[in-house]
Every structure is written in structure tokens, then in C-alpha cells.
Design a protein around this ligand. Structure first.
Ligand SMILES: [Zn+2]
Ligand SMILES: [Zn+2]
Length: 410
């Protein structure tokens, strides 16, 4: 693993099977019936070999049962970044495929590379909304093989011997649901009886993820993601989108010491921040670091950002991809100390709120871009870029994924 120095080119010359290239296939399309719907799904061989048999059919589907891939976003901002990755829409002239009775999701259908995909945005954030939406998905699209939960997350900045920076992307190897019991700004009481680990991803998803853990697999994925990111930015600008999804620059990627708080400080008086009890100051949380004069002398210097300074614009913004365990919970982590404590306790590399909900309903891969460091200084500045890098990695992952034949067409 060489995440912080392996800045490679952005896919030129890559041998990877790009989304949109010819039919994908695999040589092992039968016999495995271990996902939720009884249809096996397999990664494209990591050496890129094509074997006989057409697996994906990217032509316009005639019915909901023809869709295999679901995309779920929690925020409109995430949805916008994912929609920019579509190569074609199937619903430009109106909703064509309908919904099952009782399904309250609103769907966008189209094609990304070789895959017909159906996208929804949750009515609100969190586990319950994600579980509900995923269950609805299953009713309306009974033959889904895989759902991607795509969007933004809070990242753990030090991951083993690597440094993760804003815009880097996390792919879930598994998801752990953590419960705080009760949360305080500086102190956390966890329910120590709860180690609510969700079940393992199914075998096919594990095989796909494992292919990205190889040097070659990750290099290809990263190269393609960089390419899709640049394209997304061009399209967003051309369409005059509200966000240009630009990389904000190394100087804007600020990581404070875990113990250094974002709070009102003298001469600004605040009973909450300067009080003896550990209460959360909403007003401080809404203020920027500049407003509160957070001391930049408390910033950590990071090697990976130093390396970025010497790179071309395309290379600087190309996200590093980390594969690991994601912590999912209904509480937002807003403290560097708490973040580090949870990261150590649960061996997690990111925090988000929907994974645990979707995970138990559909075979799911969580792909999330780091928009903040889950500390008290967190703000929304990096959200559009992180949503864009996540959607780019999602598209790159899709390009390496082959769904299996319908039984009738085998
Ligand atoms: Zn305050
Ligand atoms: Zn601050």
C-alpha cells in the first residue's frame, strides 16, 4: 500500500475496462447464488480479460425488472454529482417505469457505462430513511443485484500509516453501526454492550472489493476516477451548475490537532464555551474558523499535502481511494478526540449516517468522499468536491463490475 506517494497518471494508457466499452463478461456466471436475489454478481477479472458471453445489456430497459444497479444518495448535493455521471437518461420525457404500490421513492433512470441504473435521493438523512428507501427499491426493482450508497462522509485523517485528505474516497469493506449512548462535546459515553456489527458483505461484493485492494486494481480504479472527475467538472461548468466541483486547494485543507476546539474564545465571551460544563455551543458550531479565530498554529502539517504541491492540477485533485470499515450512526461526530477514539475502538476510517440502514436491506457498497474530518471545525466548503470524487469512484467501480445474465438469456 502506498497511498500517499502513489500519485499516478489519470488513466491514460490504462488497460482497465472502462464503463462504456464493449460487452463485459465473466467466465464464472453460474452456480453462485448467494446474494439476496438469487443472482450471482461477479467482478470483472482484474486482468481485464474478456471471455465469452454478453453479461450487461446497456440498451434501454423495457421494465423495472431489467435494472440491476441502484444508486442511493442522502443529499440533493450528492444526487447532483451522481446524476452528472450518467451517460444517458431514460426518463427525460417523463417517468417511464413507475413504482410498486406503496413505494414513496422518486427515481431517476439511465445508463452509466454498460449498466442501466436507477437513482434515488432520500427524503432526509440517516439510517431510517436509508433503510426505508432501500426496502422500497427492492419492491419496485425486484432484480437489483447491487446498491451503491454514494456521497460524502467525515474522514479519519490518519489511516494506519497513511494520511487521508479532503476529497479522498472511502469504499466500504463493511459497515459498523455504532451507538453513542450519550454524546458530550468532550466526553463520550458509549453503550458498552453494543457492538452492533452488521453482517458481512456478500461473497460477490467481497470479491469485487478485494480486486480493488490489489495494487493494479486500485491504480486502475484511481486512474479512471480521475478521468471521470475531470469530465464531471467540464460538464458542470458547461451546464452552468451551481457547483463547479473544483478542488479547493491544499491551503484550504485544514486539519487541527484533535484536542484543539472550535469555540468562542477571549475576548469573545460565551457562557457555553467558557463554562465549566461540557456543553455544545450551537452558535460556535455555525461560525467559521476565521470568525472564531481558530489558531492556525494548531494545524497539523501533512506529508501527503506537501507531495500534492508538486503535482499537476489533474494529479492534485485525483482522489486517493481507501478501502475499509465505515462507522454508521445517527449521531454526527463533531470532535477530533471522539473521532480518534472511535476510529481506534472500531477500526473505522470514516463516519456517515446511512450505510447501516441500507446495508441490511440490499447488497450494498458505500462509496463516500471525505468532506470534513469529523471534528468541531467541520464546515460544508468541501462537500461539492467530495461528492464529485465519490461519484467518480462509483463510476469507476461500475466499470469494473459485471452483472450476471438473466436466467432466460443465459
Ligand atoms: Zn460558544
Ligand atoms: Zn475552527
Amino acid at each position: 500500500m502506498s497511498s500517499n506517494v502513489s500519485i499516478r497518471n489519470n488513466g491514460t494508457g490504462s488497460q482497465s475496462i472502462a464503463a462504456g466499452n464493449g460487452p463485459q463478461s465473466n467466465s464464472n456466471g453460474t452456480g453462485t447464488q448467494n446474494n439476496y436475489y438469487g443472482y450471482a454478481a461477479h467482478p470483472v477479472p482484474s486482468d481485464g480479460r474478456h471471455t465469452e458471453g454478453v453479461i450487461s445489456d446497456p440498451s434501454r430497459p423495457t421494465r423495472r425488472g431489467d435494472f440491476r444497479i441502484a444508486l442511493i444518495c442522502a443529499l440533493p448535493l450528492e444526487y447532483d454529482a451522481v446524476a452528472l455521471q450518467f451517460d444517458e437518461f431514460w426518463d427525460e420525457d417523463g417517468e417511464e417505469y413507475g413504482r410498486a404500490p406503496g413505494d414513496t421513492n422518486s427515481y431517476t433512470t439511465g445508463r452509466i457505462g454498460n449498466h442501466n441504473v436507477v437513482l434515488t435521493v432520500l427524503p432526509n438523512m440517516g439510517k431510517t430513511a436509508a433503510a426505508g428507501a432501500a426496502a422500497n427499491f427492492r419492491c419496485s426493482y425486484p432484480r437489483l443485484q447491487l446498491a451503491f450508497l454514494v456521497g460524502i462522509c467525515g474522514g479519519v485523517p490518519i489511516v494506519g500509516s497513511h494520511e487521508a485528505v479532503l476529497g479522498d474516497v472511502i469504499i466500504s469493506k463493511n459497515v459498523i453501526q455504532f451507538d453513542f449512548g450519550r454524546q458530550f462535546p468532550n466526553k463520550f459515553v458509549t453503550k458498552n454492550t453494543l457492538e452492533d456489527k452488521l453482517s458481512r458483505a456478500n461473497k460477490d461484493i467481497r470479491a469485487l472489493i478485494a480486486s480493488f485492494e490489489t495494487e493494479l486494481g486500485r491504480e486502475r480504479l484511481r486512474g479512471k476516477a480521475g478521468e471521470y472527475l475531470s469530465k464531471l467538472q467540464v460538464v458542470a461548468t458547461r451546464k452552468r451548475r451551481r457547483n463547479a466541483y473544483k478542488y479547493l486547494g491544499v491551503a484550504e485543507d485544514k486539519l487541527f490537532h484533535a484536542t484543539y476546539q472550535h469555540e468562542h474564545r477571549a475576548p469573545q465571551l460565551c457562557n457555553v464555551c467558557q463554562g465549566q460544563t461540557e456543553n455544545h455551543c450551537e452558535e460556535a458550531a455555525r461560525a467559521s474558523c476565521a470568525d472564531l479565530r481558530c489558531d492556525e498554529g494548531q494545524l497539523l502539517s501533512r506529508d501527503v499535502l506537501e507531495v500534492k504541491l508538486g503535482l499537476s492540477p489533474e494529479e492534485i485533485q485525483c482522489p486517493e481511494i481507501f478501502i475499509g470499515r465505515i462507522a454508521s450512526g445517527d449521531t454526527v461526530v463533531k470532535s477530533g478526540e471522539h473521532r480518534d477514539q472511535l476510529a481506534e475502538q472500531y477500526n473505522v476510517i470514516a463516519f456517515e449516517m446511512e450505510g447501516a440502514g441500507a446495508w441490511d436491506e440490499v447488497p450494498c457498497i458505500v462509496i463516500k468522499g471525505i468532506c470534513d474530518y469529523a471534528d468541531s471545525h467541520k464546515n460544508k466548503k468541501w462537500q461539492p468536491f467530495a461528492a464529485a470524487t465519490a461519484s467518480s469512484v462509483m463510476k469507476a467501480v461500475l466499470g469494473r463490475y459485471s452483472t450476471t445474465d438473466r436466467p432466460t438469456s443465459a
